[in-house]
Design a protein around this ligand. Sequence first.
Ligand SMILES: [Ca+2]
Length: 210
Amino acid sequence: MAACKALSDASIRWSWQTKDEFIHNIRQKNCLARQGTSICLPRRSDPVIHASCNDAKAYCEWLSEKSGQTYRLPTEAEWEYAAGNGAKHTKYSWGNGQPSGKKTGNLADETGAEAFNWNKTADSIFLGYDDCYKSTAPVGSFLPNDFGLYDMTGNVWEWCSDWKGDYSSGIQTNPQGPSMGSGRVFRGGSRRWRATRQYSIVGFRIARTK
Ligand SMILES: [Ca+2]
């Protein structure tokens, strides 16, 4: 489990331009400020980053209103079930072993270590693995898991709806997490090994309630 506090003022990060547009303001500003660095995102196919949990929720509300369907962030339990291939409960979305080939993801790898001078140790990267992406990869660059879901492990961490907290010891069905807390959960792994509050590696995935 990883958790992070929401950024202070979501209203300046997203804006409702028209009924059909939802603009992530910080993306362009950040891109300009960091032009020439790996953080800049020229590809529209890359996952959104620099999104707080409030940003993600605001997007879900906007999309729900626009579409007439209910979109939301997944609970941590839903996310975990999807990432671990359901009843298989795999450690990673591709399985339990070390990553290799295309059924893996954009992970902390040899390319990232070379680009950012990370320690080449098992605590920093997947040793011997190279996905060739030092920053984000276009969504769907790697094969999906058993549920047909892409990038569940790797690329960017993803916000869940739960407040940070421990699971209870008893068996639960569809747990929703604590009723309150000081930070929201994010899950997933990313192009960098560790979960941090660096928002360049945190994005989100949405769920639709039928
Ligand atoms: Ca990588």
